[in-house]
Design a protein around this ligand. Structure first.
Ligand code: ATP
Ligand code: MG
Length: 575
């Protein structure tokens, strides 16, 4: 690639609307340009980086025995109605009508389409297992597209779907994908963790997210400092509390708390600490078409984990209720709700059940109660782990110390069970002659997000520092004598040799000042830079510089191409 002939519009200034470093650097390096909110054009070098990720993904998916296909992006609403997701999927699903008034949507994911294909084409256990994948543009009308390729509306995803004869067989497919993902992200040169994720109604540990560790990550991950436990915050199980103390239950009493509605103000007013108080939150709970209000009790200093609540209730959506809805449902203004005598369904965090003689709202304006005890004064419909874990909690696996880190979700593996195959009647004939629903799994990788995540993890003041496997260009040759025949001849020679070796090489043949060429080479993050300039005139050698270490060495022109090629091959070697 010749710089002078390439669309590579680098920018000196950091664009004002780019908040995170990967977004800033991708704009500055001329990799992407925004067309409209969350929708980007991939310019030549940006596309090359994307292709590098795609190729690694493709190689590893093929190695794991999956087959590539390509499914349509425009999908008929009928399919989505069969699984109930046409209604259930939020506004992220872009719905529209075609000229014949047929309802359609743009694919945010492809479970329906692939299950439709499977029910038409897979009929026997003899065709199983099978794993089909594609690398394709997805559209999700995200409410807050941001951070460039990190959370776009249009983005490239690899999605794979496995089909098996049984649940046990599906676990083998799951494990294969899990292993393939580990290889993929290792090969991409990323620092990542596979974390247990929420698997919704299915339960069990059959959902893992692959997280690239980076401060700008939108997800919080809980990791153990002492064992290999790692989980998404929303999934991390809180160990059951030690049995409550033996304090004798005291008489239930009302206390006046005029105008005190918040945990801190109530505690201040009563001279207690939040660990002695229980707060009661009301949630609006959606289950299919039904809506109901459910109260949740947690200790005053704890936070309800909505994903846990959602799973406990088998709900499709849970959302903190508005003050007015709370009053309509309970007859109590927010701030004074409590478990004793509450009018709606009540569930409690396990810690609350172990507390003795605690305080809570009195279900009456300006009133709280003291000496409340679960079991004696109220009986929740369920007692469960419903709160967010904290770093003071012990590791659920080994009891060790936990810490929190931020991560970027780049991949997700998920055991689906027969949710889609049953809804869409995708069955096969098993070896025992019985007709059974296909056991499914789905596996996504955010290809464009991987490039952004790699940059979040690999950059410095001067720009990107690509890990070699993702580098759009592996070598940049900086010709510092475009008007010097000797220098230009040597640079051109090297360029031809490297190309012949199959190295991805950019020749900076622009008539620009050296400073500008060096700055651009650094900004683009190309791992190796070779300068052909004054030094070459003096001693006949090229200067080789490593972008990451800054190390400089001298290279003899005769062996330069071979030497670089062998370094690249060595670094990209996989076992
Ligand atoms: P998120 O929680 O980040 O919204 P998700 O869990 O909805 O993502 P999946 O349905 O699991 O996403 O999609 C598979 C992968 O696609 C994700 O792991 C992520 O890497 C990528 N991805 C999802 N949404 C986006 C997006 N808006 N922009 C870029 N990549 C995305
Ligand atoms: Mg996900």
């Amino acid at each position: 690639m010749r710089y002078s002939e390439t669309l590579l519009p680098t920018l000196k200034e950091t664009p004002a609307d780019a908040e995170v470093i990967s977004h800033q650097l991708m704009l500055r390096a001329g990799f992407i340009r925004k067309l409209t909110a969350g929708v980007y054009s991939y310019l030549p070098l940006g596309l090359k980086a994307i292709r590098k990720v795609e190729n690694i993904v493709r190689e590893e998916m093929n190695r794991a025995g999956a087959q590539e296909l390509l499914l349509p992006m425009v999908q008929p609403a009928e399919l989505w109605k069969e699984t109930g997701r046409y209604q259930k999927y939020g506004p992220e699903l872009l719905r529209f009508k075609d000229r014949h008034e047929r309802e359609s949507c743009l694919g945010p994911t492809h479970e329906e389409v692939i299950t439709d294909l499977a029910r038409r084409e897979i009929h026997s256990w003899r065709n199983l297992p099978i794993n089909l994948y594609q690398i394709q543009t997805k559209f999700r009308d995200e409410i807050r597209p941001r951070f460039g390729l990190m959370r776009g509306r249009e983005f490239i995803m690899k999605d794979a779907y496995s089909f098996d004869v049984s649940d046990e067989a599906a676990l083998i497919s799951y494990q294969k994908m899990f292993d393939a993902y580990k290889r993929i992200f290792t090969r991409c040169g990323l620092d990542f963790r596979a974390v247990q994720a929420d698997s919704g109604a299915i339960g069990g540990n059959y959902s893992h997210e692959f997280m690239v560790l980076a401060a700008t990550g939108e997800d919080t991950i809980v990791v153990c400092n002492e064992c290999d436990y790692a989980a998404n915050m929303e999934k991390a199980e809180v160990a059951a509390p030690a049995a409550g103390n033996d304090d004798a239950p005291l008489d239930l009493e009302k206390v006046e708390t005029p105008g005190k509605r918040k945990v801190v103000t109530v505690c201040e007013f009563l001279g207690i600490n939040p660990q002695q108080l229980v707060k009661t939150m009301v949630y609006r709970v959606e289950k299919g078409d039904e809506v109901e209000f459910v109260a949740v009790c947690v200790r005053g200093d704890r936070e309800v984990e909505e994903v846990k609540l959602k799973n406990l209730l088998g709900a499709s959506e849970v959302e903190l209720a508005e003050d007015k809805a709370v009053f309509d449902a309970t007859g109590v203004p927010t701030g004074y709700l409590g478990p004793v005598g509450i009018r709606i369904r009540l569930v409690a965090d396990q810690e609350v059940a172990a507390m003795r003689n605690f305080y809570a709202g009195g279900n009456e304006k300006n009133i709280h109660m003291k000496n409340i005890n679960c079991g004696r004064d109220f009986t929740p419909e369920a007692v469960a782990d419903l709160r967010q874990i904290t770093i003071e909690d012990p590791c659920p696996q080994c009891g060790g110390r936990l810490s929190l880190t931020e991560g970027i979700e780049v991949g997700h593996v998920f055991k689906l069970g027969t949710r889609y195959s049953e809804a869409m009647n995708a069955t096969f004939q098993d070896s025992d002659g019985l007709e059974k629903p296909l056991a499914m799994g789905c596996y996504g990788i955010g290809v464009t997000r991987v490039v952004a995540a790699a940059i979040e993890q690999n950059h410095d003041r001067d720009g990107i520092i690509f890990p070699l496997p993702l580098a759009p260009m592996q070598v940049v040759i900086v010709n510092l004598g475009t008007d010097d025949e000797e220098i230009t001849g040597a640079a051109e020679n090297l360029y031809a040799e490297l190309q012949a070796e199959g190295v991805d090489v950019l020749l900076d043949d622009r008539e620009e000042r050296p400073g500008i060429k060096f700055k651009d080479a650094d900004l683009l993050g190309i791992p190796w830079r070779i300068t052909v300039g004054r030094g070459f005139k003096k001693d006949g050698n090229f200067e080789l510089r490593n972008r990451r270490s800054g190390e400089v060495e001298s290279l003899a022109p005769e062996s330069a191409a071979r030497e670089l090629k062998s370094r690249i091959v060595r670094e990209l070697q996989i076992d």
